[in-house]
Write a protein that binds this ligand. Sequence first.
Ligand code: ASP
Length: 342
Amino acid sequence: MAQEKIVILGTGGTIAGQAQNSTQGVGYKAGQISVAGLLAAVPDLSQLAAGRTGAVLDALQIAQIDSKDMDWPVWRSLLQAVKAGLEDTATRALVITHGTDTLEETAWLLQAVLQPTKAVVLTCAMRPATSLQADGPQNLRDAVAVAAGDVPGVWVVAAGEVHAAREVLKVHPYRLNALRSYEGGPCAYVEESRVRWLGRAAVQYPGWTAARLEQLLACEELPWVEIVQSGSLQSARAVQALLAAGVQGLVVAGTGNGTIHQAMEQALLQARAQGVSVWYSTRCLEGQLVGLPVGQGVPAVQASSHEIAAHVIQVEAEGGLDAVLLPPSKARIAMMLQLACY
Ligand code: ASP
């Protein structure tokens, strides 16, 4: 039998970033150092993996981008590489190096469409590799420790914390612990490469099938979905402009429990009447919509049974069919999947 391996996939990000000098923590260029270079910066990484699992490390460069520029071709390559690793009996676990800006979306996508039975661990950094404060090497070491623990699911490791794919959000533009689980706190802590799990399994989406995954991977592009936010002084103009330009779906980051400024309501009803998908979410940083936010002038939120059926990717596992249980950044990706594959 081939020797087992932990596959490290590089996609770029600050973890692979380089600045002019070691005191520069902003204004650097992300996605410069190869994944092999990142591994070389952690002297005992191979020994850590081998000591825990007997596995060797295998590095593969998928992309070399700033994750703010994440696009479908990179996501598709990443999905294909992770899928191949999950199917390969010699691959024990996977680690992905990624930028922090869109990491929450990639993590959720991987969990939702692959529902891994192995550990798939994303990691990142808030300082470039050249910085005095470089946090990438420790994060990578911690990620390998989590990968070696074989807990199935997509996990995000940074600043000594392990977050679940559905909960993780970037909450700070600069500090080293910039990622947070939006409710309930981290799932585990990594302390001196020991992983202390606190509970909570990765969420499963039984409505998502292998056939849907094939359909997704065959897509040349994903449907056009935008997030529109409701707030003080809101007008209908952004929604109207998007409709005129042919948008296929809208995720509304509403106030509070998904409420919408009355000035925008008619435009959203119009969107639905035109066959554009409209989902409601909240701009609140924590919590999920509670019940159907009907009344209060938001009739557009009454989902048709077709749309409710389409929500299974988010809500089936929860046993509820009442609302989008994701923050807007992830609900937008969920809607793209729904429009492409349901
Ligand atoms: N702009 C960077 C990226 O997302 C930020 C980071 O990695 O921290 O690739």
